[in-house]
Design a binder for this molecule. Sequence first.
Ligand SMILES: Nc1ncnc2c1ncn2[C@@H]1O[C@H](COP(=O)(O)OP(=O)(O)OP(=O)(O)O)[C@@H](O)[C@H]1O
Ligand SMILES: [Mg+2]
Length: 337
Amino acid sequence: MEIPLIGKSKDIEKIRELIKHVSGSSLNVVITGESGVGKEVVAQNLYYKSKRNNKPFIKINCAALPEGLLESELFGYEQGAFTGAHRKKRGKFELANKGVLFLDEICDMSLVLQAKLLHVLQSGEFSRLGSEIDIKSDVWVIAATNQDLEQSVKQGIFREDLYYRLNIIRITIPPLRKRPEDISVLINYYLKQYASRFDNKKFAKPNLDLLKKLNYYHWPGNVRELQNFLKKGMVIGNWEELVDELASCNKTEDNSILPYSARNIVENLSFLEEKNGADLSSFSLKKIKKKALEKIEREVISYVLGKTGWNRSKATKILKISYKTLLTKISDLDIKK
Ligand SMILES: Nc1ncnc2c1ncn2[C@@H]1O[C@H](COP(=O)(O)OP(=O)(O)OP(=O)(O)O)[C@@H](O)[C@H]1O
Ligand SMILES: [Mg+2]
C-alpha cells in the first residue's frame, strides 16, 4: 500500500516535485537521511508514481544478511551451486524484473558484492551462482543509506565507480528537527490513522495546543519516533506527562543548538500572548532580553563543556572567548558539571 509523503515544508515539497520528475525515468536513485526520516516512503512513492508499479517492488536490506547469503539472495543460484543448494532459486534481480529493487543500507554491502552490483548496473546482465548463462535484467535500482556515502567513498568502504553509477539522482531527506513545519501535519495524519486502527472510543485524544510543544523537541528518531510517541499517548492517555517528558530531554546538539534554545525561550515567553490579565508593570524588555541571552549562553557553554569533557581550554577555543571570560560565565551563570 502506498504511504503518502506527508509534509508541508519546502524540503518535502521539493522532494515531492523531484519524485514526479524522476519516477518516469528509471535513473538510479540514492536516498540518504537519518534513521526514520522516510527513505523507504520516498522509495515507495517513486515506485508507485512510475510505470513500473504493476511489477514488483522488492526490498533487500544489505545490512541484515552476511555476504554469502546476500549474494545468493540478489543473484539466485542453480541447483548444486554450493552445499545446501538443493534446488534452483531465483534472486531478487530476477524477481524484480521490470519493477524496482530497493537496496536498503547500501553502505553495508561488501566490496566484493559492490563489484558484482556495478557489473549488473553497467551491463544490465547477471548470472545465477553456479551458472554461466547471462540473464537480462531490467530493474530500477533505488538505494538508500543513513550513513555518509561520500565519507564511505573516502574511507574506501564504498567503491567510487559504484557511487557514480548509483548517485545519478540524489534525494536527501533532512531530519525532522530541520523541518518542524512538518511535525503538526504528521501528527494530524497519524492520529487519524491510529484512531481508526485502535479502538476509536477508548482512544485518548490529545490537546493539540499541548502538542505544539513537540515542535521544539529534536526528534533524534525522526518520524518513527513521532509515530511511537503518538501510539503510546493514544494507548496510555497521559499526554501531558509524555509531552513534558520529551520536552525535558530536549538535548541540544551540534548545529541545531542555537535555534532550539532560542525557540525554547520564545516558548517560555508565550505567557505574553495568553494571559491578557498579566501584570504589565513587571514587564521589561531589557530584563527579558538579558534572561534570554543568559539562557542561550548557559545552554551553549554547558553543551561545549560537555562535549569537551569539561576541558576549559578546549572550550575557550571552540567558543572563541578568553579563559577568564569562560570562568566568569561558568560562575555567573551557575553552570555545573
Ligand atoms: N513524510 C512522511 N509521511 C508519512 N509517513 C512518513 C514520512 N516519513 C516517514 N514516515 C513514516 O515513518 C516511519 C519511518 O519511515 P521509513 O521507514 O521510511 O524511514 P527510513 O528513513 O527508511 O528509516 P531507517 O533508516 O531506520 O530504515 C514509517 O512508518 C513511515 O511510514
Ligand atoms: Mg528504511
